[in-house]
Design a protein around this ligand. Structure first.
Ligand code: FA5
Length: 331
């Protein structure tokens, strides 16, 4: 009976029950049969005992074999059920990428790096001295109005309004010749519109040497614009004013969004201003301990958002910090 039942078993649970029923130490059938032993004669006991042992060994052996078979079957079943179809298409993990501003900033600084400029980082929290005074902008100077300031400690500590304070720091730390570009964030308490943000990025450039003219400034910046925008975009210089350069000029790029016909981005002028620049003022050279009769140089400050707008035809500066994935995924 035990062997017939064993043959019909298909699961480990049933097998455990079978084990208890026949071989169980307390109420197993084999144990029940052994209970008759004391009533038997000595000779009978020998024969019956031997028989019980043989049956027990046989059942145990069969049980072990069945267990092994079931284990194998269950493994095969599990493998079958958990089979993975490796031909199914995978699930894509979203991967981020560089922000368009970071890309343009990297590309722009690399153009200057190829011209021999070193890339250095500046501080976003600056002193009034570095941001204004050393740059020939004293407390009562009207040029302070050009850059409305976020103060950390009024009159002393501020969020830098431009990257130009790094001109002062670099020159105070090194001797000429100097060739650096400084990319970074700047802050202005500004009325925000399609081309103005309160937080934006600039790349400062500074070159100081014994021989350097306005032609070097113009040539370097024209070359920069050509490499970034291609040969077809036109650039123009306009005379301007900054207290720390003399003479000063701003550079415009012809508007790619309306082909010069006039739109919101170029304010219907056909041109978009990208940078301020000029020959480093002798007052600044003296301030940092350079001899203005021996050294001269040029400096510039480029607006990175403006570069990105012109390069990718983006008509709204606020898109850069809007975190809209539909916008960001296009780059
Ligand atoms: C300056 O910040 C001077 N430090 C530039 C300079 C450096 C002149 C070295 C001479 C020598 P300006 O305020 O014009 O200048 O700003 C420079 C550029 O930053 C602008 O041409 C423009 O491209 C960008 N810019 C200025 N204000 C904003 C703004 N609110 N949002 C986005 N870009 C701006």
């Amino acid at each position: 009976r035990a062997l017939t039942e064993l043959a019909a078993i298909h699961s480990s649970n049933e097998l455990d029950e079978w084990d208890t029923r026949y071989l169980g130490r307390n109420r197993g059938e084999l144990k029940n049969i052994s209970a008759v032993m004391p009533k038997l004669t000595k000779d009978e006991r020998k024969i019956v005992g031997q028989k019980i042992n043989d049956v027990k060994k046989d059942l145990e052996h069969q049980l072990a074999e069945k267990r092994e078979t079931l284990k194998q079957n269950e493994l095969m079943q599990a493998l079958e059920q958990e089979r993975i179809d490796v031909t199914l298409p995978g699930r894509a993990t979203p991967v981020g990428h560089m922000h368009p501003l970071s890309r343009v900033m990297l590309e722009a600084t690399q153009i200057f790096a190829r011209m021999g400029f070193n890339i250095v980082q500046g501080l976003e929290v600056e002193t009034d001295y570095h941001n204004f005074q050393a740059l020939n902008i004293p407390a009562d100077h009207p040029a302070r109005d050009m850059q409305d300031t976020f103060w950390v400690s009024p009159g002393q500590i501020l969020l830098r309004t431009h990257t130009s304070p790094m001109q002062v720091r670099v020159m105070k730390q090194t001797q000429p010749p100097v060739r650096v570009v400084v990319p970074g964030k700047v802050y202005r308490n500004e009325a925000v519109d399609a081309t103005h943000e309160a937080m934006f990025h600039q790349i400062e450039g500074l070159l100081i040497d014994e021989y350097c003219t306005m032609a070097d400034l113009k040539g370097s910046l024209e070359r920069f614009a050509q490499e970034l925008f291609g040969e077809k975009r036109r650039a123009r210089f306009r005379g301007s004013y900054f207290p720390f350069t003399e003479p000063s000029a701003e550079m415009d790029i012809d508007c790619p969004m309306c082909d010069g016909k006039g739109c919101r981005v170029c304010k219907y002028s056909g041109w978009v201003e990208i940078l301020g620049s000029g020959m480093v003022h002798p007052k600044l050279l003296r301030e940092v301990g350079y001899d203005p009769t021996k050294y001269r140089g040029f400096a510039f400050g480029v607006g990175v958002e403006r570069l990105a707008m012109l390069k990718y035809d983006i008509g709204e500066i606020r898109l850069f910090s809007g975190n809209d994935l539909r916008f960001l995924r296009q780059f």
